[in-house]
Design a protein around this ligand. Sequence first.
Ligand code: PLP
Length: 359
Amino acid sequence: MLLDLPPMTADRFAAIEDAVAALLRTRNDVIVTQGEALLPLEAAIKGAAHPGSTALNVVTGPYGQTFGGWLRAAGAKVVDLTVPYDTAVGAEQVAAALDEHPEIDFVSLVHAEAATGNTNPVAAIAEVVRRHGALLMLDAVASVAAEPLLTDEWGVDLCVIGGQKAMGGPAGVSAVSVSERAWQRIAANPAAPRRSYLSLLDWKERWTDAGRTQLPHAPAQLEMLALEECLAAIEAETLDAVIARHRAAAAATRAGALALGTVAPYVRRAEHAAPVATTLRTPLGTNAADLAAEVHRRAPQLPVQAGGALAATMLRLNHYGPAANPETVIATLELLAQATGAPAAAAVAAATEAWEQAI
Ligand SMILES: *Cc1c(COP(=O)(O)O)cnc(C)c1O
């Protein structure tokens, strides 16, 4: 069934791009990229950054670290603004960095970080960046469909998404919206990738500006069909309802974890906590990877993981896509209660109440 499909037409591909643009609340060009979201993130940075440019790289987790490496590889001077991963960056911190380095012409920022469980106040930060005049690139992979994402209203020049988190879709295609001034910047950059998988300009010339009538390469057809289906599912449920479900899942998980008492939220303030994943500090002397393995042994389907640089001390409960529902949140808390030797009833009650209040 998956292998005997008619070819994907250019019209259908273009319609999927338009649906992504609507989801991002943008009238800018949207390029659907044929790979996981790291592809458009690297393409945006390598297209816009160059020797002679100065970038402010906001680091609130591991993705910001990755962007710093790409910016330096592109020859840009990089000013890193790093904040502790259990908090969010404030617009006033971004403003201070821009004041201190007036030459900054590019800002890279992550909206929500699934890996650390935090989220940044993009609307306020974007306003500061716009006033300064720099281009803003936003990694919205973990925020799209989980919290409001207003690309044009905020003035995001390069907004990158992937389907695999709150959209509940495929990981093998992704997208980036590109503002007119971002296109001008990339077109004026002699080092911007050309005739390359990383080239946004190739897609602009051969697909967008050519009227979107002929696909330049074979489309990732199965992934495009999955993207089309998850966009339709979001429209049917309504974007507001999908966002509310993620907000409720985060509030319920946080309330439940606090009631357990054996674990504590890693992100200290609720308003800095991402709607897609709740990260937890494990009890002193307990290895988070062992705890995650214990939960998996009992319930392999639950979205609990330990990983990355903080694997020993940080447990991550994912609640995005289909997992953003009360049954999964409560089942996860019950397992965590068993695994850490805490009574489950209070956590279940707190989570249930928080879910109802949030919805
Ligand atoms: C999940 C995520 C991505 C995509 O990366 P994967 O390693 O494929 O999961 C990119 N950026 C952010 C901020 C993410 O949370």
